[in-house]
Design a protein around this ligand. Structure first.
Ligand SMILES: [Zn+2]
Ligand SMILES: [Zn+2]
Length: 204
């Protein structure tokens, strides 16, 4: 167990309250990340108001960036000290994941929106009781997060954390839509409705 501070939402619509919490050590394929920046996506705020009461108290946050502090025994490709950003969770084994489309993972709902790892457990504790987390696989509104290795992406060490963090949701949602899906031909026009993090990433 490790002590951390997290922005806890105690019940649907309640404010983000910074509290002392506890975090389990990483499981064999999990990574402990010390957070250095976290974006606030509109989804955090929208879901905060409508999140199921049975899954509170809850830690949100899904645009985290930080440093790897520790890795589980079976983690490959990441070592302590790596600079990383975090993204959504995916299973790695379903048809969508093996076809290279983890955003459409068959287990996406359980792994990202079940209030924990998807197996009913959560790595977080508040006052000795389970604290829901695993929001988009990360719950990055905290000083530390325990994340499955599939959601951890190494980035250049000199990339500012405030730029790395939004790559985990807004950046890839906007840029990915244009680069991977719409693929506009030279000379065609692209209309972006709304210039927040997603819209501006689409534009860039
Ligand atoms: Zn988001
Ligand atoms: Zn999958």
């Amino acid at each position: 167990m490790r002590r951390a501070r997290a922005a806890v939402v105690r019940e649907p619509g309640a404010p983000f309250t910074v509290l002392e919490v506890e975090l389990e050590d990483p499981r064999p394929r999990e990574v402990l990340v010390r957070m250095t920046a976290a974006g606030v996506c509109h989804t955090d705020l929208g879901i905060q108001a409508g999140w199921p009461r049975r899954l509170t108290p809850m830690v949100f946050g899904h645009e985290g960036a930080g440093r790897v502090e520790a890795v589980g025994a079976e983690v490959t490709g990441l070592v302590p000290g790596d600079t990383v950003c975090l993204t959504f969770a995916s299973c790695g084994g379903c048809g969508q994941c093996t076809a290279g489309h983890p955003a459409y993972c068959d287990a996406a709902r359980d792994l990202n929106l079940s209030g924990g790892r998807g197996d009913g457990s959560t790595p977080l504790r508040l006052d000795g009781a389970p604290l829901h987390g695993g929001f988009f696989g990360q719950s990055s509104f905290a000083t530390y997060a325990v994340v499955h290795q599939r959601g951890v992406v190494r980035v250049p060490a000199d990339l500012a954390p405030t730029l790395a963090a939004p790559l985990g949701c807004g950046g890839q949602t906007g840029a990915g839509t244009v680069l991977n899906r719409l693929r506009p031909e030279p000379g065609t026009s692209l209309v972006v409705l709304g210039a927040g993090g997603v819209g501006l990433s689409a534009l860039m």
